[in-house]
Design a protein around this ligand. Structure first.
Ligand code: HEM
Length: 473
């Protein structure tokens, strides 16, 4: 690592970084391979690195204290970066993309629905959807499957059932396709230098507008139908939609109107399925590469569950499963980077951050900082034993972000990982072909490029193998 070019204690010192090419700076490298660019910057310049993407100053942070400053301590001096504008056009004003008082009000209304105890009822939906998938695999003679696709389908279905009580695997499959089209469009919009407004009838814009209409219509119909059922006094499901419908601001008694509900539901469908599907896929991939860990996790599942499907009460008894998932999200954080824009001049880690600078906080790079994780490329779930965790600064591990804008779905996501992983692992070996090389696609989320082929082999559960004593958390 080279030494910083300026004195970082002086508040007007710029973070060190590559000079890049004339005019475009490092933009072409960022388009080509942002992970390599950021890791290279970290190796050459340290944990706070300044880039120039054309005329835009961009600082990547992979230092826990600096991340805590931006996300928590001085969070009021930052907004989400304009790179979220594509998502805003897709989702409207929802939790992920809004700011200020509107965001605060929405977060206050939605937060109680995401408490762990309120989510307990969803374990049944999660196990039912997983059992359907496992049964489908048992019936199928297809030996090689695309694991990422299967996980996307599974988490999408779970989100549909738990949020809206709708089966998104059936006739509403068009929703998945519409979501895909809209998300690709949002991604392209973010990456394009000249932003063509969606109202211009280019072929890609037309596809986006149609996809957005499909999404809006479906979700709005679910909301309107639910209100009608409530008015008729019918029994309604206790899903997230219902919790959000009934949510009242403690001070003002205000509730969400239909448009807000639709935006929040779309946000949750989007934020809640691909991230979790990627985490599942990468965890299963790492387990295939580390059979000793897979055996240990399988033994834990067998000893706790004894062939049953998991319940909420089982989850604290499977700490090793959680450690494995956490370590997988360290190496492959589904949200590989998230961004803020500085609303005023600031000083981060001793470096000047002028107003208008985009600050990219990258879990992908942070989680590879050897200051926090020795031998960072090594997959080692013991890093998440309680004692090891307490030795690290809190913001050295940030797969779910931090501060007021931290992921609202943490408990949901962790619960889903802890429920699905043991069910899958105890029933199947899922091994990529021996010549498979993982290639990453860092788009809105970090996912495997071109899916992930795995060969399936049903296994006999290790019923007689006792679990190794696991570390209590
Ligand atoms: C492994 C799975 C997940 C990961 C890695 C993840 C990661 C993140 C991260 C890093 C953020 C913060 C982004 C920022 O600060 O700019 C975030 C925000 C958010 N996530 Fe998640 N997430 C996951 C699952 C979920 C689930 C299951 C839901 C909902 C069902 C969800 C809903 C949201 C929402 C609504 C926000 C915006 C919160 C706000 O700004 O108030 N996420 N997520």
């Amino acid at each position: 690592m080279s030494t910083a070019v300026a004195d970082p204690r002086a508040s007007n010192a710029q973070p060190p970084g590559p000079r890049g090419k004339p005019i475009v700076g490092s933009l072409l490298e960022a388009w080509d391979d942002p992970l390599a660019l950021m890791l290279g910057g970290f190796a050459s310049h340290g944990s706070i690195v300044r880039y120039k993407f054309a005329w835009i100053p961009y600082v990547v942070v992979a230092d826990a204290e600096a991340a805590q400053h931006v996300l928590v301590k001085n969070a009021r001096a930052y907004h989400k970066s304009p790179n979220y504008d594509g998502l805003k056009l897709m989702l409207g004003h929802g939790l992920l993309t809004s700011e200020g008082e509107f965001w605060k009000k929405q977060r206050r209304l939605a937060q109680p629905a995401f408490h762990r105890e309120r989510l307990a009822g969803f374990v049944r939906e999660m196990t039912a959807c997983t059992e359907d998938l496992l049964a489908e695999w048992s019936r199928s003679s297809e030996r090689t499957i695309d694991l990422h696709r299967a996980m996307m389908r599974l988490t999408f279905r779970i989100v549909g059932k738990t949020l809206l009580s709708v089966d998104l695997d059936g006739e509403a499959r068009a929703v998945g396709e519409a979501l895909d089209v809209a998300l690709h469009w949002a991604n392209d919009y973010v990456e394009s230098i000249v932003k063509i407004p969606p109202s211009w009838p280019t072929p890609s814009n037309r596809r986006f507008v149609k996809a957005k209409a499909t999404l809006d219509t479906l979700v709005m119909r679910v909301v309107v139908d639910r209100r009608a059922a409530m008015e008729r006094g019918e029994t309604v499901p206790n899903d997230l939609l219902q919790m959000l419908l009934e949510a009242k601001d403690a001070d003002t008694g205000e509730t969400m109107n239909d448009e807000q509900l639709k935006n929040e539901l779309l946000t949750l469908v989007l934020a809640g399925h691909e991230t979790t599907a990627n985490a599942l896929t990468f965890t299963l991939y790492l387990l295939a590469k580390h059979k000793d860990v897979r055996d240990k996790m399988r033994a834990e599942a067998e000893s706790v569950l004894e062939g049953r499907t998991p319940t909420m009460q089982d989850l604290p008894k499977m700490p090793y499963t959680l450690q494995v998932a956490e370590e997988a999200m360290r190496l492959y954080p589904p949200a590989w980077a998230f961004e803020r824009i500085a609303l005023e001049d600031d000083v981060v880690g001793g470096y000047a951050i002028p107003k208008g600078t985009i600050v990219g906080i990258s879990p992908y790079v942070m989680h590879r900082n050897p200051k926090y994780f020795a031998d960072p490329e090594r997959f080692d779930p013991s890093r998440f034993e309680k004692s090891a965790q307490s030795e690290r600064p809190k913001h050295a591990y940030i797969p779910f972000g931090g501060g007021p804008r931290t992921c609202i779905g943490i408990a949901f996501a962790l619960m889903e990982l802890q429920v699905l992983l043991p069910m899958i692992v105890r029933a199947w070996d899922l091994d990529p072909p021996s010549d498979y090389e993982l290639e990453l696609d860092p788009s809105v989320t970090l996912r495997p490029a071109n899916g992930m082929p795995v060969e399936r082999r049903a296994i006999t559960p290790l019923r007689s193998t006792p679990a190794e004593p696991a570390t209590a958390r």
